[in-house]
Design a protein around this ligand. Structure first.
Ligand SMILES: Nc1ncnc2c1ncn2[C@@H]1O[C@H](COP(=O)(O)OP(=O)(O)OP(=O)(O)O)[C@@H](O)[C@H]1O
Ligand SMILES: [Mg+2]
Length: 236
């Protein structure tokens, strides 16, 4: 089953939030989701400890030593495997990226975020050039002001496309609901619309994001952990 890894070496780029939004929407659709929490600060584990997230979502804390075994175990469980990485540029990043079926690189509009994203793109290129491992990947624009014009967003996408970088058409908007779900625990769909502004828009954005990501996944993941070991690539 697909392993989707969220990576950007810039802290605060929106990796954990994007993983939570996707996990919630995938589980709402009846999919099992295992989130591998590879961040030693354990944000996802803390979020899960607050209010749980229904029976379909499991969270497993992993590190560089355990991520490969945990991924194999999660594959046996079935469903989607989402990996939330810390912002470090190290061997864990290289290993996690090597185990992924798709690497999502959340990038906000700021230059530092783009720089962190570029480090992940360089690592992916290194894996392709030196290890002949080509891992599909996409930029996902995050914390986009909901009022931003479609034209401005399109310009950012065109800029990335001109450099051969694929970007999801769905951007993740800046929404109070996404902050609240992270801070208060639980899932977007169990929040009270009377208490959270624009919850329906946040849910709609989550649904579009999941539609696009699901469509990018291979219908059947053919690679097995036996044939697809994490390549030994050195992170800078
Ligand atoms: N789309 C969004 N709307 C509103 N707030 C957001 C959004 N995305 C992220 N945030 C907020 O921005 C902060 C950083 O986001 P997040 O923790 O997801 O980034 P990260 O890349 O996982 O950071 P780190 O590298 O520290 O793990 C958090 O407080 C989060 O609530
Ligand atoms: Mg995080």
């Amino acid at each position: 089953m697909p392993v989707i890894t969220f990576a950007n070496t810039k802290g605060g780029a929106g990796k954990t939030t994007a993983a939570l939004i996707l996990a919630g929407e995938l589980s709402r659709r009846g999919n099992r989701v295992t989130i591998l929490d590879a961040d030693p600060r354990g944000w996802i584990s803390r979020w899960h400890a607050i209010a749980g997230a229904g029976s379909l979502i499991s969270v497993v804390a992993v590190n560089e030593e355990t991520i490969e075994t945990a991924t194999a175990k999660a594959k046996k469980r079935g469903g989607y495997i989402l990996v939330d990485l810390p912002s470090s540029h190290d061997a864990l990043l290289a290993k996690a990226v090597g185990l992924a079926d798709h690497v999502m690189i959340p990038v906000q509009g700021c230059a530092m975020d783009a720089h962190g994203g570029a480090e992940v793109l360089e690592l992916l290129k290194e894996l392709a050039d030196k290890c002949d491992v080509r891992i599909p990947h996409s930029i996902v624009l995050t914390r986009v002001n909901a009022a931003v014009t479609t034209r401005a967003l399109q310009a950012a996408k065109d800029f990335l496309a001109a450099r051969g970088i694929s970007t999801l058409s769905t951007a993740i908007a800046e929404r109070a609901a996404y902050r609240d779900v992270f801070d208060k625990g639980g899932l977007l769909q169990s929040m009270n619309p009377a208490e959270v502004s624009n919850l329906s828009k946040a849910l709609e954005n989550a649904a579009r994001l999941a539609d696009e990501i699901v469509a990018l996944m291979p219908q059947k993941t053919v690679r097995t952990t036996a044939t697809r070991k994490a390549p030994v690539a050195k992170a800078a």
